[in-house]
Design a protein around this ligand. Sequence first.
Ligand SMILES: [Zn+2]
Length: 166
Amino acid sequence: MMGLTHTLLGVGGFSALTSITPEYFSLDATTLGVVAIGSLFPDIDDTNSWLGRRLWPIAKVISLMTRHRGFTHSLLGAALITIGMILVANAGYSIASVFLFGYILHLLADFFSNSGVPLLWPSKERYRFPYAIQTGGVLEYILSLTLGSALVYGLVIHFINLSLSL
Ligand SMILES: [Zn+2]
């Protein structure tokens, strides 16, 4: 999947989550940014990914240690990287859970790609949906357009409701 699709899926999914559970999560620029980073983070193992190009030295080291869609695309990777955020980057549990939400949606999206994901790494077994979406294909662009439209609609409704409640 493309970085744009991952970002739209993560941010759109989080917007939907906040509309269902507004008492637990707030929809603001910081949390949306963290969700976006979480939804792009697993592709840090690819120096050609959006995040990999921006954090090239880190991506290069990781790509030398693991193949693309390896460790960072597993449940263990999601858990360890999120725990690392809490322990090393001193992220709060709220920020870490938002990051993990975006991360898990990335894994879910790649589950629909041709190569699938090694969810139970270090097991080499890869899991994928029987009907894969080709990365950069027409179906992915339609998906991105739909997600983007739903996101814009959701954000407009959210901020209209917010301004009416003030
Ligand atoms: Zn990926």
